[in-house]
Design a protein. Structure first.
Length: 173
């Protein structure tokens, strides 16, 4: 993908997979998507995030406590994206950028996954306490989102997005 059109096609065709095949994710592809997350820009280049890679086989009951939808457990790999707020840059008004930074990293990861034929699905409505307990997440870190990672077993549904004119303002609100 060396052109803007290639990037736009990738962005247009990426979708939240609702079902996954059991086929394993190759180590090279897993490494590539994790590297894409590492390369994401972060405020002051602080990289205040950690990614926990979970191989789901044999952990279905434990994962069900974190999030009940079946696709969450179907993929062979699950990635938990956490922030470490104390490591993040903070704006002069006190806004901590850790959530922004981890979101950018996850976006890089999901686009890289799509470019490799892998599916993802951003999950934020999970049980934080169950995630902390199951994954040993320390108090100074916060789980922000999960994504399953695997080969999609479904097809994308029609995307509905607002027009640019509904989202963009020029010169002022």
């Amino acid at each position: 993908m060396k052109t803007f059109e290639g990037f736009l096609d990738l962005a247009r065709n990426r979708y939240s997979a609702q079902s996954f095949k059991k086929d394993p994710v190759e180590d090279e592809k897993l490494g590539a998507v994790l590297d894409a997350a590492r390369l994401a820009p972060t405020a002051a280049n602080r990289q205040p995030f950690r990614l926990i890679v979970i191989h789901t086989a044999g952990k279905e009951d434990e994962l069900r406590r974190i999030y009940s939808k079946s696709f969450f457990r179907e993929a062979p790999v699950l990635i938990c994206a956490c922030t470490v707020p104390s490591e993040a840059w903070t704006r002069s008004d006190g806004k901590n950028y850790s959530d922004v930074d981890v979101a950018i990293a996850i976006d890089h990861l999901t686009l890289a996954a799509a470019s490799l034929g892998l599916g993802t699905h951003w999950v934020a409505a999970f049980d934080i306490g169950a995630a902390r307990e199951a994954l040993g997440i320390p108090d100074n870190a916060e789980p922000v989102a999960f994504t399953p990672l695997g080969y999609p077993a479904d097809r994308p549904q029609e995307k509905r997005r607002k027009e640019v004119s509904e989202l963009v303002r020029y010169e002022h609100w």
